[in-house]
Design a protein around this ligand. Structure first.
Ligand SMILES: Nc1nc2c(ncn2[C@@H]2O[C@H](COP(=O)(O)OP(=O)(O)O)[C@@H](O)[C@H]2O)c(=O)[nH]1
Ligand SMILES: [Mg+2]
Ligand SMILES: [Zn+2]
Length: 293
């Protein structure tokens, strides 16, 4: 057996990259029985069926670092959440939901502010609001290629996925990256994929050796139902350390007295704007919980 990485999956066929070659593989029937299907991003052991035709069978799925259900994707190293300074206006509530989602799944989030040429003040404001999170913030102008080199550096030797609302500049950024790419995948325009009728299909593009970008329809449909409102504050990274100062177990950090987070807020240790969005998401989650039954 030989180890490879699944980079594409259409119905029951998997494209597995083994060294420099791509093999078309089936999966062993046992996976179906075990209800564990291989997904894009999986590292797998393959037995070769025909070396000339480059076909094989997936025998084993190696342990996953993480797993996203929708779209199905394993072993992501980082999620890059793209917003723009203007046109469209940055949707920070959406960004915070996605950051929570990344925290829940234990995938490193990175904030990318694109279109920095359009509104400098908004860029500064966003940086201010997220300073205490310590999340990496990359600023780019896809038009002038400012920041693209830094982005490239961050992508190196990792599997990354981009997510963000329509119009923020994801395609422009990716085209910039892939234009100079020397790999086979890079030379194929991202546009080739667009003809496909299934929007849920996901694949990995190799930007350079060992550097993969997941081509996803985006994660905006992700709901953060994975968590209960009670636990939300744990996933607001800069809030976490103040929870221990709350008087009440199960403090919602909204109406209670002697709340560590509210105290930190008063002392400007956390951003008012992030806190306001925390409340909004908390209430949305509560609402969902109440309507479950
Ligand atoms: N001014 C400016 N416009 C940009 C920038 N990046 C992308 N755009 C434009 O924004 C529009 C939407 O970009 P696109 O890449 O299609 O966004 P997507 O929907 O996220 O894929 C296009 O007209 C781009 O030319 C940028 O950094 N600055
Ligand atoms: Mg696009
Ligand atoms: Zn509290």
């Amino acid at each position: 057996m030989i180890q490879g990485k699944i980079i594409d999956n259409i119905s029951n066929k998997y494209s597995v990259k083994i060294d420099v070659n791509i093999y078309t593989c089936d999966a062993r029937g046992k996976f179906k029985k075990e209800k564990l299907k291989p997904v894009v991003g999986d590292n797998v052991n393959v037995s070769i069926v025909d070396e000339n035709k480059k076909t094989g069978i997936i025998e084993e799925i190696l342990p996953r670092k993480n797993y996203i259900k929708r779209p199905k994707l394993a072993n992501l190293d980082q999620l890059i959440f793209v917003i723009s300074s203007k046109m469209p206006k940055p949707d920070l509530l959406m960004l915070d939901k996605q950051l929570v989602f990344a925290e829940i799944l234990k995938i490193k989030p990175i904030i990318l502010i694109n279109k920095i040429d359009l509104d400098e003040n908004t860029v500064k404001e966003i940086e201010k609001q997220y300073k205490k999170t310590n999340y990496k913030i990359i600023k780019t102008c896809a038009k002038t290629k400012e920041g693209i080199d830094e982005l490239k550096e961050i992508l190196k030797n990792k599997i990354s996925a981009f997510s963000g609302n329509s119009g923020v500049g994801k395609s422009t950024l990716l085209n910039n990256l892939f234009k100079e790419s020397k790999t086979l995948e890079g030379s194929i325009s991202l546009k080739n994929k667009k003809g496909k009728n299934t929007t849920t299909n996901i694949c990995l593009y190799e930007l350079e050796e060992n550097t993969f970008i997941a081509d996803t329809p985006g994660f905006s449909s992700f709901e953060i139902t994975e968590t209960e409102a009670e636990n939300l504050a744990q996933f607001f990274v800069e809030f976490k350390e103040y929870i221990k100062y709350c008087e009440f177990v199960g403090c919602s950090h909204i109406k209670e007295q002697n709340c560590g987070i509210k105290k930190a807020l008063e002392e400007n240790k956390i951003s008012q704007e992030r806190y306001k969005r925390y409340i909004k998401i908390y209430e949305e989650l509560k609402d969902k919980e109440e309507h479950k039954w």
